[in-house]
Design a protein around this ligand. Structure first.
Ligand code: SF4
Length: 416
């Protein structure tokens, strides 16, 4: 899906992300399969409402622009029958072939801090303590329970069961541990809820490593606890989180069922279960680089900094590509940008790939120009709102003189 969609594509209750799923898993996820089926059936996709609304207002939507571009590309590359092939694959429920166009948003590395931009797109703004605050912090959340996540280690919980509408997991012997990988963002909030079946008083103590972070008497029936962590507290994400359920009466009054779950002497169901454990982060690291709470990418970096991910997953099928779109940040200063171009040139794929590059125009050089000439076609879109001092005010600290020099130098690329 593209940058205009309203919602983040979800799968298994999580936003589809390279931080936990492979490119192939995302490309053939239930979400994208259902989008393809709906599109081929001529149904409207709720997440594409911005484009439908532009069209209803008499405008030309990004959806229409991209459809026209795709038709042109298929014609140029002699692949006019591709839509029929795709239709047959979707109808048969098969896996989609590798993508023919990729929009690579290389992350927020940028040399400018434009007035209207945000930390998400500009590393300069993310590192600016004042301008970064204009936009607030980005909230990230992960639901660790009741459904297990692959990246997390759990002990002390029973099988996933259903209580009414909710999925839950029973607490087996009064102690649950949840170990998160050690490279996540700092956690600000932990929310836990569940159900208590017995009438024995029971405390829940929550520990982060050896540090007690909360203690609460659980109410009978539905219980919940929200733990706000002080900004100065050490990041929880690298630690083991343990939940201790302490019954105040004699342990003899508790029995175990055949699954090893604690049950009350007068009941047949497990004493306690957990139906939700959610952790929330809204802090940034000291360097302004946003970190995910859980990430399969080594060092928890942006995907575009990881060569293995870029070349072995995202660009694993260069033979299928006919269009690459680059945006940032400023893609022309990103180290991965020339690395991608070089790889496509060295492997003889540049000749069948068109490029569309969105740039702020502050950077252009002969070496880049030589590389771009190897591609089927190149379109450079310069983000410029004014000339002279107006441009310099909006796109601080750019210099108009330099941009004005770079634009004609970029010819013979198509300039928009
Ligand atoms: S050049 Fe683009 S990415 Fe960089 S600060 Fe300006 S608008 Fe944001």
């Amino acid at each position: 899906m593209c940058c205009r969609t309203d919602l983040n594509p979800m799968s298994e209750g999580r936003c589809l992300s390279l931080h936990w799923a492979t490119c192939e898993q995302i490309w053939n996820s239930d979400y994208l399969r259902s989008v393809r089926s709906q599109m081929l059936a001529g149904e409207k996709i709720p997440d594409c409402s911005q484009c439908y609304s532009t069209e209803a207002d008499g405008g030309t939507s990004l959806r229409q622009i991209m459809n026209t571009q795709a038709e042109q590309l298929w014609r140029v590359s002699g692949e006019e029958g591709i839509l029929d092939k795709a239709t047959a694959i979707v109808r048969e429920g098969g896996k989609a072939p590798p993508p023919s166009a990729l929009h690579l948003w290389l992350g927020n590395l940028c040399n400018l801090k434009c007035r209207m931009c945000s930390p998400m797109f500009s590393s300069q703004i993310a590192a600016d303590p004042i301008q970064a605050q204009w936009f607030g912090d980005r909230i990230r959340a992960e639901i660790l329970l009741p459904v297990y996540l692959d990246e997390v280690k759990y002990t002390g919980l029973g099988e996933l069961t259903r209580r009414g509408e909710k999925l839950t997991r029973p607490v087996k012997r009064g102690k649950v541990t949840i170990s998160l990988p050690a490279n996540g963002a700092a956690i600000d909030l932990i929310e836990i809820s569940g159900w208590k079946n017995c009438h024995q008083p029971c405390y829940l103590s929550v520990m982060a490593g050896k540090r007690a972070i909360a203690r609460q008497l659980l109410s009978d029936g539905q219980w919940q606890i929200a733990i706000e962590l002080a900004p100065t507290e050490e990041a929880i994400s690298s630690l083991e989180l343990s939940l201790h359920f302490l019954h105040l009466l004699q342990p003899q009054s508790l029995l175990s069922n055949y699954q090893g779950e604690q049950i009350c002497s007068w009941g047949l169901q497990p004493c306690i279960d957990i139906d939700n454990l959610r952790i929330v982060s809204q802090k940034k690291s000291d360097k302004g680089q946003e970190r995910e709470i859980l990430s399969r990418i080594p060092e928890n970096t942006q995907w575009s900094s990881n060569e293995k991910l870029v070349f072995e997953e995202i660009l694993a099928h260069p033979e299928s590509l006919n269009l690459l779109l680059f945006a940032g940040g400023e893609p022309l200063i990103h180290p991965m940008f020339p690395a991608i171009l070089k790889k496509l040139i060295d492997t003889d794929h540049a000749g069948h790939i068109s490029l569309y590059i969105s740039t702020n125009g502050t950077v252009y050089n002969r070496r880049l120009s030589e590389m771009l000439k190897q591609f089927l076609s190149v379109e450079l879109a310069f983000s410029v709102e004014g000339i002279g001092q107006l441009q310099e005010y909006i796109r601080y600290p750019s210099r108009w003189e330099r941009i004005a020099r770079n634009i004609p130098h970029s010819a013979p690329s198509t300039v928009t």
